[in-house]
Design a protein around this ligand. Structure first.
Ligand SMILES: [Fe+2]
Length: 186
């Protein structure tokens, strides 16, 4: 839901003076989880960033599901809803990992609108080709940030978070194939 076409850095949210929106403030709870606290804090901030992107992608796939028109309507209408359901599960994985690491999952619409690095989904789209182009862009953007996230988690030696991001990456690559296939072979 970014309001500009320029992806924003992963530096968190600075809305008003609410310091508690800072991603570094979100590893708030003590836990017997033996990952070092510093690594958990960093992982929480990174996961919350990916969570914002993921929820944005989820809403974008619903937007496409609702509004697509044209000869491929039923195929695309169903595909976009399948993507929405899968991406909702990815959001759940990310949010619950944040909490497992002692953080607070930050997945409200307000936070997502501020924090997402995805380009805002164009409202006026109609044809299948337009929605395929826009949603494949969003899937590719999210896929890239998730792939970067895997490397970041490996550096933090957080194999669990890396594994979750790898699962999500695999899924997003599949959905990108499903969507892009509508542009190919014709
Ligand atoms: Fe529906």
């Amino acid at each position: 839901m970014a309001r500009t076409t320029t992806p924003r850095p992963d530096s968190g949210v600075t809305r008003g003076n609410s310091e508690n929106r800072s991603p570094t403030a979100t590893a708030a709870y003590t836990t017997k989880n033996d990952l070092p606290e510093a690594a958990r804090r960093e992982a929480v901030a990174l996961l919350n960033q990916r969570l914002a992107d993921c929820i944005d992608l989820q809403t974008q796939s619903k937007q496409a599901h609702w509004n697509v028109k044209g000869p491929s309507f039923i195929a695309l209408h169903k595909l976009f809803d399948e993507i929405n359901a899968a991406v909702a599960e990815y959001a759940d994985l990310l949010a619950e990992r944040v909490v497992q690491l002692g953080g607070i999952a930050e997945g409200t619409v307000g936070v997502v609108a501020e924090r997402s690095t995805l380009v805002d989904y164009p409202i006026g789209l109609s044809t299948g080709a337009e929605h395929v182009a826009a949603l494949s862009d969003a899937l590719a953007m999210f896929g890239r940030t998730v792939r970067v996230g895997i490397e970041e988690m490996n550096e933090l030696e957080d194999a669990g978070s890396a594994d979750i991001l790898t699962e999500i990456s695999r899924g997003v690559d599949k959905w990108l194939w499903f969507v892009e296939a509508h542009q190919q072979g014709g």
